[in-house]
Ligand binder design. Structure first.
Ligand SMILES: [Zn+2]
Length: 84
């Protein structure tokens, strides 16, 4: 039991050194804006937001914030203009 736990921990350390092994499939993040909080969701590889700006433009600062922070862990085209 003890050695199996050590094996798991060793493997987790090795995996964690290769972040490309991890892909976030679904996510709900609350972004604290200057005026209010907004919920950014990742579903089916795309980020979306509940704010008015996103509803009109399909893009907003909240989506870009989450894309910037989690870039390594979400699909490359999760935001409409990745990296901008
Ligand atoms: Zn937003």
């Amino acid at each position: 039991m003890q050695s199996s736990l050590h094996g798991m921990i060793d493997k987790a350390h090795r995996y964690a050194e290769q972040p490309e092994r991890v892909q976030v499939a679904r996510l709900e993040a609350v972004v604290r804006g200057d005026n209010s909080d907004h919920t950014v969701t990742l579903t089916e590889g795309r980020l979306s937001c509940d704010c008015d700006h996103y509803q009109h433009e399909r893009l907003c600062a909240h989506v870009l914030t989450v894309e910037r922070l989690l870039k390594a862990f979400i699909p490359a085209n999760a935001a409409p203009f990745p990296g901008s």
